[in-house]
Design a protein. Structure first.
Length: 463
């Protein structure tokens, strides 16, 4: 029965993917009819290369699994019946189970970089069909695209280094700063747009626009660092890392299509920005969908930190190129909530213990995932830790159970995954992933409601 449900889940996923792709192509074709000739040619080339990227990613991941296993890039899925446990259902250490190829995000990142390397010359060859001069000289546009690909490449390399070397957090946190510098330098050279429109109620105080200067670049750097690591810490369920990235990528795709449809022809600068973002997100979506098919429950491959770095930096790059960083913050709302909720465990100064793996536990009898716990004595926590623990317990934000007369308790780990299990109960792993992805979709819907609904009440013009 479990096998039937598992196969049904995979079939539903593939049908949903196929329907989404067909719908997306139809919408893109409808919008493309109103685009200039050079964008139509570029878009056709991008879609063709993206289809090739989907096929190539699928083929290479399937064929190189044994190669990764031989290189000791492997993992064991802890929440499966094939993983050895004792009579109490507790994992046996060292963990014994079926080895699964790890770090398959490396292949997706490589195919993406390869496709973009071929696409960029095609795009700039199509620029000869322009009827009006571009907003920037050809070499400036070229440098922007190359810097975007270079930044994503650098982040992917850092992710692979993390998979192989298991870098410490003090090394991982500053690396995205360095990876983003090439793109920000080109951004500075190509216009240095650091102003933001001021909402109507505040214009009497701040004026029509506010130039943030250096603070704007600091914000972009922090966004790049956060998005790169946010995917990584919001993980632990088959399909979640790639699934959340696919939802965010589809949201970016919809935003770009809407903007290309909405923005009048005379605002060619804004249309070009969204076109550049579109040309980056479609190949990313293609390689991610290919990876999602193989990473879905029960996972046949693990994506590794490489994919998390690759996906996070791609989101940072597309919002910088497309100039919609505020919208990207709303797309990343579940990741922000997960980070805030996790912070008492992530920051050691609070004293709440943080296990190396905070993924859900497994109920062998039901085949369900359930809450995992951290064990500690509340009286031994630091003052701020005691205050946070009291707040979480009082507001019913965690599940707490006593484990002995010595004052020790077990508290459900502080991740959005565990919070959902605490609120909705245990379930199969693929069901949990679907619930988390539904939350991601709701947050994207909220972003569009704010972007195209509420914004009209505080801004005179919404572009």
């Amino acid at each position: 029965m479990v096998v039937d449900e598992t196969e049904a889940s995979r079939i539903c996923l593939e049908k949903a993917m196929a329907a989404s792709v067909v719908t997306g192509l139809a919408v893109i074709a409808a919008v493309a009819a109103s685009l200039p000739a050079h964008l139509q040619v570029s878009l056709a080339a991008n879609l063709g290369l993206s289809a090739f990227a989907f096929w190539l990613t699928t083929s290479v991941v399937r064929s190189l699994g044994d190669t990764f296993l031989q290189a000791n890039l492997r993992g064991i899925d802890l929440n499966k019946t094939t993983t050895k446990r004792n009579e109490l259902g507790v994992l046996v250490r060292p963990v014994e189970g079926v080895p699964i190829p790890e770090s398959q995000g490396t292949i997706a990142a490589f195919v993406f970089i390869l496709v973009m390397s071929v696409f960029i010359p095609s795009e700039f060859a199509a620029n000869g069909l322009r009827r009006v001069p571009p907003r920037l000289p050809p070499h400036a546009c070229l440098s922007e695209q190359l810097a975007a690909v270079l930044t994503i490449t650098f982040a992917s390399f850092m992710g692979f280094a993390d998979d192989v070397l298991d870098l410490r957090w003090r090394h991982k946190i500053p690396l995205p700063f360095l990876a983003t510098l090439p793109l920000l330098l080109v951004y500075y050279a190509n216009g240095n747009v650091t102003g933001v429109m001021v909402p109507g109620p505040l214009r009497g105080i701040l004026g029509d626009s506010l130039n943030l200067g250096l603070f704007f670049y600091v914000f972009l750097l922090l966004l790049a660092v956060f998005s790169t690591h946010a995917i990584n810490i919001y993980a632990g369920v088959n399909g979640l890392e790639v699934g959340q990235s696919v939802v965010i990528a589809v949201s970016v795709l919809i935003l770009n299509i809407l903007q290309l449809h909405r923005i009048p022809v005379q605002y060619e600068e804004y249309r070009d920005q969204h076109a550049q973002s579109l040309f980056l997100i479609i190949p990313f979506l293609a390689v991610s969908l290919a990876l999602l098919r193989l990473n879905w429950y029960p996972s046949r491959v693990f994506v590794g930190d490489t994919y998390c770095y690759f996906a996070g930096m791609t989101f940072a790059v597309v919002c910088i190129v497309g100039h919609f960083s505020k919208s990207m913050v709303l797309f990343l709302l579940p990741q922000i909530l997960n980070f805030i909720y996790s912070s008492p465990q992530l920051f050691s100064f609070m004293g709440i213990p943080c296990p190396r793996h905070r993924m859900p536990a497994y109920n062998t009898k039901l085949g369900h995932v359930m809450n995992s716990y951290a064990e500690f004595k509340p009286a031994e926590l630091k003052r701020c830790g005691q205050a946070i623990f009291w707040l979480l317990r009082t507001c019913w934000l965690v599940h707490v159970r006593p484990v002995g007369t010595d004052g020790r308790v077990q508290m459900s780990n502080l991740t959005l995954i565990n919070f959902l299990l605490y609120g909705l109960g245990s379930c199969r792993e693929d069901v949990l992933c679907l619930r988390l992805l539904a939350l991601q979709v709701l947050c994207s819907g909220l972003c569009f409601a704010v972007r195209f609904g509420l914004a009209s009440y505080v801004y005179d013009v919404v572009l």
